[in-house]
Design a protein around this ligand. Structure first.
Ligand SMILES: *[C@@H]1O[C@H](CO)[C@@H](O)[C@H](O)[C@H]1NC(C)=O
Length: 288
């Protein structure tokens, strides 16, 4: 009897976590349509142990960010074994869509961060260029990469800036008018698997950058940052928000107008990770 009670307690706390994950996800999605799609996907008619409406991600953990293609397909997300997977709504299953590394022996389903991440890749920030249908990927180990609408092996487009290789490429957003990609390298000193060291050491080697697909040039916008993480452009592209994970802040860099180049505090929070904007210009945050 005692066993039954504790089992049902354990079950309900697990289900509670699942519900908060669903709420959390809904907050991040960047448009009303996307929220509809996902709340449908994650819909739970009635919370019960046999509920099958949660999308299971088989053999991998750690989805970091979500993106939808120009036709509303997806979501797409990167998982810990280096794959970018896509949710097929009609078939109700995930399929492999893209990878960032050619060398994938022993990668599938891998959870061995220490030994495998730098080989298999670890896609973090994802965003589609809505005009071309190309998916841009900030991979913690492979740098900035892009893959066409058919998926497959992504092509690296930037792995260093000002002669310093990226160490921990992380957040990404795209200005859909110009196609310019904004992204962060959280640290050139530490890798993703040592992210705790980035915080504890007070590392200040992070950079916020932009990549212009037309000129293929990478420009450093801000350097000496403490753990820059998720990024989100404003609706008009006049400023960009980025998380300063170490200092639990969201900073704003103005990109246009007389304020261009000015950095200011936007919000003080808990340790924050990802940022997404919705159509109404409100920003959703993901916490670590
Ligand atoms: C960043 O730090 C380096 C090394 O301390 C320094 O040389 C450089 O001027 C700094 N850059 C800015 C923009 O403060």
């Amino acid at each position: 009897m005692v066993h039954l009670v504790s089992l049902s307690k354990a079950m309900s706390s697990k289900l509670f976590l699942t519900t908060s994950t669903i709420l959390l996800l809904s907050v991040f999605l960047s448009s009303i349509d996307q929220i509809k799609i996902v709340s449908h996907l994650f819909q739970t008619k009635k919370l019960s142990a046999s509920d099958k409406h949660i999308i299971p991600i088989v053999d991998a953990v750690g989805p970091e960010s979500f993106a939808f293609d120009p036709h509303g397909g997806g979501p797409y997300t990167g998982v810990s074994d280096g794959r970018i997977i896509k949710w097929l709504q009609n078939e109700q299953q995930w399929i492999g869509f893209a990878v960032t590394s050619l060398h994938r022996d022993g990668c599938e389903g891998s959870h061995d961060h220490e030994q495998m991440e730098h080989i298999c890749g670890r896609p973090l920030g994802l965003q589609f260029d809505q005009r071309s249908g190309h998916l841009y990927i900030a991979d913690a180990y492979m740098g900035l990469a892009v893959v066409g609408p058919e998926g497959g092996l992504a092509t690296k487009v930037a792995t260093e800036a000002q002669g310093i290789p990226f160490g921990f490429t992380n957040g990404l957003d795209i200005d859909q008018r110009s196609g310019v990609v904004y992204f962060t390298d959280s640290s050139w000193r530490y890798r993703r698997r040592n992210y705790i060291s980035v915080i504890v050491s007070g590392d200040k080697t992070g950079r916020l950058m932009k990549y212009d697909p037309k000129s293929k040039e990478t420009t450093v916008l801000l350097e000496n940052l403490t753990y820059p993480n998720g990024v989100a452009l404003s609706k008009d592209g006049d400023f960009i928000l980025f998380a300063d994970t170490t200092n639990c802040k969201i900073l704003r860099l103005w990109l246009k107008s007389s304020k261009s180049g000015i950095v200011e505090d936007f919000a003080h929070l808990r340790i924050s990770d990802n940022i997404r904007r919705n159509l109404k210009e409100s920003f959703g945050l993901q916490f670590m």
